[in-house]
Design a protein around this ligand. Sequence first.
Ligand SMILES: Nc1ncnc2c1ncn2[C@@H]1O[C@H](COP(=O)(O)OP(=O)(O)OP(=O)(O)O)[C@@H](O)[C@H]1O
Length: 157
Amino acid sequence: MPSRPLTQLTLALLKPDLAANSAHVGKVFAHIQQNEFKVLAHKHLLWSKSQAEAFYGEHRGKFFFERLCGYMTSGHFYALILEKPNAITDWRALIGPTHPPRARINAPDTLRSLYGMTDTRNSFHGSDAAETAKNEIQFFFPEFDWEKWNQDQQRST
Ligand SMILES: Nc1ncnc2c1ncn2[C@@H]1O[C@H](COP(=O)(O)OP(=O)(O)OP(=O)(O)O)[C@@H](O)[C@H]1O
């Protein structure tokens, strides 16, 4: 059987401002596929305040923490497990800089440039490292079978 390159998983969020616009959601899913990410799983979620505070716990105490948690509980959003070689860096490159006005100047083709609105309402999240991706996938998809995924990876090399 021909071998394929090792893949990586990342956790992506399509945040509430984006998720509220079904036309934009369709375009973003198309963009994800055009960029050769495989969507292994996705969920449409509505968070309680305590869930948002748990996920963004590292930002507790920062000036934008309350605003961020308020935004993330303002409506439904999507959580996705994305797979491809270098998924973590590729997805962060595709979404672009945290701040959409800066993205529109420095990275105009990125998703945050195209769809993001403000520093808080920036439409997307992506894990920033392998360990974070594992923890974040576990947070949203506790049922995800890592052992099977690892076995499939080994079989395909
Ligand atoms: N200066 C800021 N003002 C308002 N909101 C901010 C600011 N910095 C970050 N945020 C919000 O907090 C989130 C997490 O911040 P972080 O610094 O981890 O950015 P990021 O890694 O680009 O974003 P994410 O973790 O969502 O992919 C951002 O996505 C944004 O919604």
